[in-house]
Design a protein around this ligand. Sequence first.
Ligand code: PGA
Length: 251
Amino acid sequence: MRRPLVAGNWKMHGTRGSIAKLVTELSVQAMPADVDVAIFPGLIYLQTVLAAVADCAIVVGSQDCAVQMEEGALTGETSALQLQDLGCSMVIVGHSERRQLQEENDGVICRKFIAAQSAGLTPILCVGETLAEREAGLALLTVQRQVDAILLELGVDVLRNAVIAYEPIWAIGTGLTASPEQAQEIHAQIRAHVAKYSASIAQELRIIYGGSVKAANAAELFAQADIDGGLVGGASLNADEFSAICRAAGN
Ligand code: PGA
């Protein structure tokens, strides 16, 4: 049985004041015991947030990490070991905003993935197609290519300690959510693809959905057989909304 995960990606949002308020509000929310809850604040707020949620069952992760695990001469970057040292346990890799705006390609993402895992962090690998790719019937091929960039390079075993987030780019921050059926179709196909390498790893692998998830649509999405939770952007900045999404992932 896969344990659901709801992850809040705060992106480049917040100030010291607004983040202190958000974590205070989050820490008093009723969170479901049968769901893993994780939040991903901006790098400069990680330490504050880690301290603030130390007594709650909320995990803190980073939105990115460097391509190498250990410290070194990489100005402006943060290594996975430094994140682990701080107390992080997860890291998002390959978010579409980084693929598009920072021109991160599959090779870079693969290096970040293994750097994260080597430092003991669980990577959340984001995959997803553009609207043009979907309209051209290329959604599945795109997602498979992104998954294969990891699998063919690192082997299927790395998915034992990883999460895949399916995030159709046309649904991120647009208010356009993939329908539960559209999302389920791709999730099932990702799982079937991984099963070609290892049926048992595919069965255990958590595949979460991201793209305009909110309290109003979460339960229907999470009810799908292959959707194991969500990666939530905008709605994770509101404690009531985010905790309602977390509860929707529970039983
Ligand atoms: P959104 O973002 O929920 O605001 O659409 C999701 C994401 O980018 O992870």
